[in-house]
Design a protein around this ligand. Sequence first.
Ligand code: PBG
Length: 322
Amino acid sequence: MITLRPRRLRRGEVVRALVREHRIAVDQLVQPIFVAERASDAGPIEAMPGIARLTVHEAVDYAREIFALGVRSVLLFGIPAQKDAQASGSYATDGVVQQTIVALKRALPEIVVMADVCACEYTDHGHCGLLDERGNVENDATVQLLVRIARSYAGAGADVVAPSDMMDGRIGAIRAALDCDAYTGVAIMAYSAKYASAFYGPFREAAGSAPQFGDRRSYQMDPPNAREALREIALDVEQGADIVMIKPGLPYLDVVRAARDRFDVPLAVYNVSGEYAMLQGAIQRGWLDGARAVDELLTSFVRAGADIVITYFAADYARRHA
Ligand code: PBG
């Protein structure tokens, strides 16, 4: 009886590389960027070491730097100077995201500019949509607002609009409006399965978008549900989503795998702010080997089946592997 010896193919780096099942390509990573309208709002984010809120000008320089390293897609989030109940800053022609889209496409015509479509950074109450008199987020009125935001990003030259609000029916409404405006080439990346997660905490600090009352559980998904995620994805695909996303990443790798097995559209995963903060916290204390931990983490997303990985580590990964 011979002994089966899987260790034979682990004997050296070259043979390990030969039989490696998954690789991360820098151009499948997307770097999120926070852009502040007021220079006084720019600066480091305490819970996200290494990530800062940038001015429009700084965002362009940063995008140029990471583009040269091979990270050629960015996802924009705006921090407006003013917030109000109607989120009017979100669809302003000269809004901070709109200005950044224009500046990025002028500086780097090839870059893929994705823009997050949501109201929470623009509302004074911090919810992802418009409220009725009882303080509930009104679905259909919010969908109209999201359509307005998406049109305005498309008008500024965004390549991809990415609704992150979790309202029902928004993908179909946005697709119809973009097509009607002849923005047929603008793609939709749907935050299809976005869970009501504790891991968005640092983002809300960064964007000043924590809800002023209540939470997001009436629109974001309940963490124990996986079948429901597949149903949400199916609805978004039916309504015309070009790319579907699962968010957060690390606690939902089972959902990523299930979605990969079921759907043939490009699949994105969002390695969110809390996952970044958790790892950086341990790396900064010397509790983890940063380079190895980050590479292993990003590999887990690709192995689970994601085509696109949205991660605050994108630039870091590219720098280390340049
Ligand atoms: C906006 C939005 C959020 C994130 C992406 N888009 C915050 C939220 O839903 O509270 C989170 C991203 C992250 O944590 O990195 N709705």
